[in-house]
Ligand binder design. Structure first.
Ligand SMILES: Nc1ncnc2c1ncn2[C@@H]1O[C@H](COP(=O)(O)OP(=O)(O)OP(=O)(O)O)[C@@H](O)[C@H]1O
Ligand SMILES: C[C@@](O)(CCOP(=O)(O)O)CC(=O)O
Length: 495
């Protein structure tokens, strides 16, 4: 029987904390998405000993072959016949196998590679823009249309030409790939990877975080990898010094176990529980081809450095608003837990009213009032954060929430039942997020979801296409059964 390991990891949306989260003093609020990357590893008799073949069947000419050498030192070499390079995949193989050899000994890893590994990697359709596909199928840009596209559908382009949607494909890919190899080589156990804060999960985090930094050639805040491993949370970054010694070309495999160890206290990232309130749903839109995040980040950080007094005041204010938003959303979750009936009834009530009307009704039952007030507070804070992010953009000369996005977001957040929204992460032209009420059994003409879909699909000033992602119910990285993921077996089968 072919031995198979499947590990998935979610994408992310940073709803609050863009730029600030680069500084360990300021937490960011990251929501992990139902859209995931999947890595499927199969030990195949037809592949030669110590060989690894990696395939990304959603792309043209996306197969890469590698050989694992154990002498004189462990190394993973790309085949000269590969038609392209994939730095992310290559580094993931090199570092994960080197760590595995250090932790389990070369003999165990060599034994596991008696039959070569076939590794297939696929991402949910949400990671890549589906506008062209919807158009070619003659389908309107709605959530329902997205369900009609084959899961993990072929993009018909080379990987380097794909239009990504900003959900953090590389972080989800690296996390699912490195964790899948660790599980397949029995370096970490399936059951322990599933536990919230287990050693194995932290081991998977430290490795993925390191490989992602190496592949990107820089140490970002790391919230994307952290969301891929742990799911939604409030994230405060780690000190880059922890991996500094491993970032150079001279780094030795023997350094990996201690630096990447789950017991290494220098991994000082902080994670606090977070999830969106019940009966609400995040909605994401792929807006327009866009902005170049690295240059946005560079400019904002330069402005902050050169204008430290003004920046300090702005950062402090934004941080207060960011934290208030997270706490208000968590408080709503608590209110729902304490009194689900009144909570559900309050959600239903605000569903058909614009935010400005939510707290205007003096006849509101007192039992629902604190709930509605908290929803209004969340709305108000989202708007305040948007204002401050615009200010950051204006001051640093960067289109964080450019005027086109402002017009679109204003139209969205004034709809009945919309709690708030903004530009995710670094901002720019290419995406927006909204938090909308999503009560059960809502008549279509009463549903905020449908109102937003209608607004987006009829919006003439910009191309706006929904993504199907919701908040992930499963927390972060997880082992899957190949047959249980709809469309996965088909997507990875060799045609
Ligand atoms: N399906 C895939 N198969 C193999 N490699 C992939 C795949 N998707 C992404 N990659 C790797 O990740 C790299 C893209 O990384 P990059 O950092 O540009 O993405 P990102 O910023 O995470 O994207 P996003 O816009 O989704 O946030 C690609 O060059 C490739 O090496
Ligand atoms: C600007 C920044 O804070 C967020 C970038 O987020 P995104 O890639 O736009 O989702 C950078 C970072 O945190 O690494």
């Amino acid at each position: 029987m072919v031995r198979t390991t499947v590990v998935s990891a979610p994408g992310k949306v940073l709803i609050a904390g863009g730029y600030l989260v680069l500084d360990p003093a300021y937490p960011g609020t990251v929501v992990s998405t139902s859209s995931r990357f999947y890595t499927v590893i199969q030990s195949q008799e037809f592949l030669s000993k110590n060989s690894i073949r990696v395939r990304s069947p959603q792309f043209l000419e996306a197969t890469w072959s590698y050989s694992v050498l154990f002498e004189p030192a462990v190394a993973v070499e790309a085949s000269p016949e590969n038609s392209s390079k994939n730095k992310f995949v290559h580094l993931a193989l090199q570092k994960t196998i080197a760590l595995a050899v250090e932790l389990r000994g070369a003999a165990q890893i060599q034994e596991a590679l008696t039959h070569g590994f076939d590794i297939a990697i696929v991402g949910d359709n949400d990671f890549y823009s589906q506008r062209a596909k919807l158009e070619s199928l003659g389908l309107p840009r709605t959530l329902d249309s997205l369900t009609q596209i084959t899961p993990f559908c072929a993009t018909e382009v080379h990987l380097s030409d794909v239009h990504k949607t900003g959900l953090g494909s590389s972080a989800a890919l690296i996390t699912s790939l490195t964790s899948a190899i660790l599980v397949h080589l029995s370096v970490i156990s399936e059951s322990s990877l599933a536990e919230d804060d287990s050693r194995d999960r932290r081991q998977a985090h430290n490795l993925a975080q390191y490989v992602h930094c190496l592949a990107q050639g820089k140490v970002g805040s790391g919230f994307d990898v952290s969301a891929a491993v742990f799911g939604s949370h409030l994230y405060s970054r780690f000190d880059p010094a922890v991996i500094q010694d491993l970032m150079s070309d001279d780094a030795l495999p023997s350094q990996l176990p201690s630096v990447l160890s789950p017991s290494n206290a220098a991994w000082n990232y902080r994670i606090e529980q977070f999830k969106l309130p019940p009966l609400t749903r995040i909605m994401l839109a792929d807006v327009d081809a866009g902005s170049d995040t690295p240059s946005l980040v560079g400019k904002v950080l330069k402005w902050r450095k050169e204008n430290s007094t003004e920046a300090e005041a702005l950062w402090t204010n934004l941080d207060q608003q960011n934290q208030s938003l997270a706490q208000t959303l968590l408080h709503l979750g608590k209110l729902a837990e304490d009194d689900h009936e009144n909570y559900a009834s309050a959600v239903k009530y605000i569903c058909s009213l614009q935010p400005v009307q939510w707290v205007a009704n003096p006849l509101q039952p007192t039992s629902e009032r604190p709930i509605i007030t908290a929803f209004y507070e969340a709305h108000r804070i989202c708007e305040a954060i948007r204002g401050k992010m615009r200010e950051m953009g204006n001051l640093s000369g960067v289109p964080i929430e450019p005027v086109e996005q402002t017009t679109l977001l204003d139209a969205c957040v004034s709809q009945a039942g919309v709690i708030g929204g903004g530009v995710p992460g670094a901002g720019g032209y290419d995406a927006i997020w909204l938090l909308v009420c999503d009560p059960p059994s809502c008549a279509p003409d009463q549903s905020p979801l449908e109102r937003i879909e209608h607004l987006w699909s009829h919006y003439e000033k910009l191309d706006v296409s929904p993504l199907s992602a919701q908040e992930s119910m499963a927390k972060g990285v997880r082992v899957e059964a190949l047959d249980d993921v709809p469309g996965l077996k088909n997507a990875i089968s060799v045609s």
